[in-house]
Design a protein. Structure first.
Lengths: 258, 320
């Protein structure tokens, strides 16, 4: 018997390849995922030039890049994946996948992989772009930026599955990601760095899901994040991710409601 | 292998399924399926067929009772069961923008011991459609793609939920041949169907479900034998039922007169029919609209549905 046995990796790869093909054929998702995160940072740049950044020890580069990473995660990963999960559920694809050898986590993980890779590639591209165009120096603590980026991708994928649990149709998937996206843009230090906010508001905003990502990426470049701050930031991101995974296990719907 | 000949591949005991709203779709059913047989679940819409099959497939946990597939619990011991089963759901579940070949390749990457994709597409007659997007397929072609995916891993146990719904007569015939060939090769098949003809043609054993319960189970012949045969004709002018030979002596168990139409039910069809025809011959009359038929699965089915619903008319779609 020379039968090939599948492994979690081989199964997820197969699923991810199909999902990547689908991503390439979905013009709307492609536009939102590829174009928007590359254009939005421009608006942040013009805003950043009017802020009094020097006092907070920031430069336009260290404001624009973390914001750009945030946009990328919100559009290319979070919002795109809410759509993917909801549409696949409505098409009964998730139900069919569950009849096979794939485990539940592999189904969500494999489906999320192409969007995660797009997000990752975009962030690298943005880092290169900001370095070249905004005189951003090389990061002084690159490991923090990488950690923030990876945590951010995992968290956004998990949060997308949570949002999909409460989204009934492909159309509503255009709307349900909005609250988290708006809150993140306003409160997670993307448009306005937390350093420029009143202290009380800033300490609340530190607890928002995307704040640790923005903080870690910024800290990766400025290098002025203490070990204590790093720990707290990472803990916040991990806590949100675990909370999201728990919520998915509990509330994710694999079949459309009848 | 001989020792396994009569091994029960599927065992179901007092199985129950309750949906979120409290609706009890499966209300305590028992059956078993032997290795290498085709077992059909028949029933009206909402009888609980799909709800039952989904429990066998391990898609949901039962509310009560027990399922064993190949000796394992298909829900909690998913990893042990899934590589050995193939599932065809009632409705597709394909991303509409993938082509047939891409869909099959994706699934092949998730199935242990997958056969080559072109082979499987050939098996269901879809090789010419390999490059076509799923959204452009007809309903019947989608059914066949679904069957192809179920067969990709050469499963020991195959679950087919309404495999021929939406197929034309020829496609249906092809699917029957394929499923029979699989059974002859040792595959165990559980299928649900609307089509009594399908169950009669394919199934080694069947169960008729109604209202979440199994009303009858057995071979098609056994199930049919529970029903009497029927003779229907129009009384000739000037004749009354009393003019017929004594019906009890002909082996007729009961009769019904509706206007001039007479319906007889009998378990001794040849005796009853001969007696009736000899009488007509002797009397020199013609029995118009004469219809003599042995019991079929359809009658058994209608009989059961009628008994349980007391003639609420929910059985119409099966009359075809």
């Amino acid at each position: 018997m020379s039968t090939t046995t599948t492994t979690p990796v081989s199964r997820m790869t197969s699923l991810a390849r199909a999902e990547l093909t689908l991503l390439g054929r979905s013009k709307g998702t492609l536009f939102a995922a590829l174009f928007v995160p590359l254009v939005l940072p421009l608006s942040v740049r013009s805003a950043a030039e009017e802020m009094d950044l020097a006092e907070a020890g920031l430069t336009p580069g260290t404001v624009v890049l973390p914001a750009a990473v945030g946009f990328s995660l919100l559009f290319a990963v979070y919002s795109a994946l809410v759509g993917v999960f909801v549409v696949r559920r409505e098409e009964l694809v998730l139900k069919r996948l569950r009849t096979g050898e794939l485990r539940d986590g592999e189904i969500l993980g494999g489906s999320a992989l192409p969007a995660a890779l797009v997000g990752l590639a975009q962030c690298l591209l943005l880092a290169a772009g900001c370095t070249a165009l905004l005189d951003l120096p090389a990061p002084s603590a690159p490991h923090l930026a990488v950690l923030g980026l990876l945590l951010g991708i995992a968290m956004c994928a998990a949060l997308a599955a949570v949002t999909a649990s409460f989204t009934r149709t492909g159309e509503s998937a255009q709307v349900t990601p909005m609250p988290l996206m708006i809150v993140s843009m306003l409160g997670s230090g993307m448009f306005v760095p937390l350093e420029l906010l009143p202290d009380r508001l800033a300490s609340f905003c530190e607890l928002l899901p995307l704040t640790p990502v923005v903080t870690l990426v910024r800290g990766g470049w400025t290098g002025d994040l203490s070990a204590y701050e790093t720990l707290g930031t990472v803990a916040t991101a991990v806590a949100w991710t675990l909370l999201a995974v728990f919520a998915v296990q509990r509330w994710f719907r694999w079949e459309p409601r009848r | 292998m001989e020792a396994n000949e009569h091994e029960h591949v599927i065992e179901v005991t007092d199985l129950r399924r309750v949906y979120g709203g409290g609706f009890e779709a499966v209300r305590g059913i028992d059956f078993s399926v032997r290795r290498g047989e085709i077992f059909a679940l028949l029933g009206t819409n909402g009888a609980g067929k799909t709800s039952t099959v989904e429990l066998l497939e391990g898609l949901a946990a039962p509310a009560g009772g027990r399922v064993r597939v190949l000796g394992h619990d298909p829900y909690t011991e998913r990893a042990a069961v899934r590589p050995r089963t193939g599932v065809m759901l009632q409705e597709g579940g394909f991303p509409s923008e993938l082509t047939v070949a891409e869909t099959a390749r994706m699934w092949a990457g998730c199935v242990s011991g997958a056969r080559p994709v072109p082979d499987v597409l050939g098996l269901v007659g879809l090789e010419a459609k390999a490059g076509v997007r799923v959204k452009q397929l007809s309903g019947g072609q989608r059914r066949r793609l679904d069957l192809a995916l179920a067969l990709l891993g050469d499963p020991e146990v195959l679950f087919l939920d309404e495999p021929t719904t939406g197929l034309d007569a020829e496609g249906r015939r092809d699917t029957w041949e394929l499923v029979s060939a699989l059974r002859d090769g040792g595959t165990t098949v559980v299928l649900t169907t609307h089509y009594l003809e399908e169950a009669e043609n394919l199934a080694d054993r069947l169960a008729i479900m109604h209202d979440g319960r199994i009303a009858v189970t057995g071979t098609p012949a056994e199930v049919t034998a529970t029903e009497p045969s029927r003779i229907t004709f129009e009384l000739p002018h000037g004749y009354f039922v009393g003019d017929l030979p004594p019906l009890g002596e002909l082996g007729v168990s009961d009769h019904l007169v509706d206007g001039r139409t007479v319906r007889l039910r009998t378990r001794e069809l040849q005796r009853a029919a001969t007696g009736l025809l000899v009488w007509a011959q002797t009397a020199g009359v013609e029995l118009r609209r004469l219809d003599v038929r042995s019991a079929s699965l359809e009658e058994a089915f209608l009989g059961i549905a009628k008994d349980v619903t007391a003639g609420t008319g929910t059985t119409k779609e099966y009359a075809a």
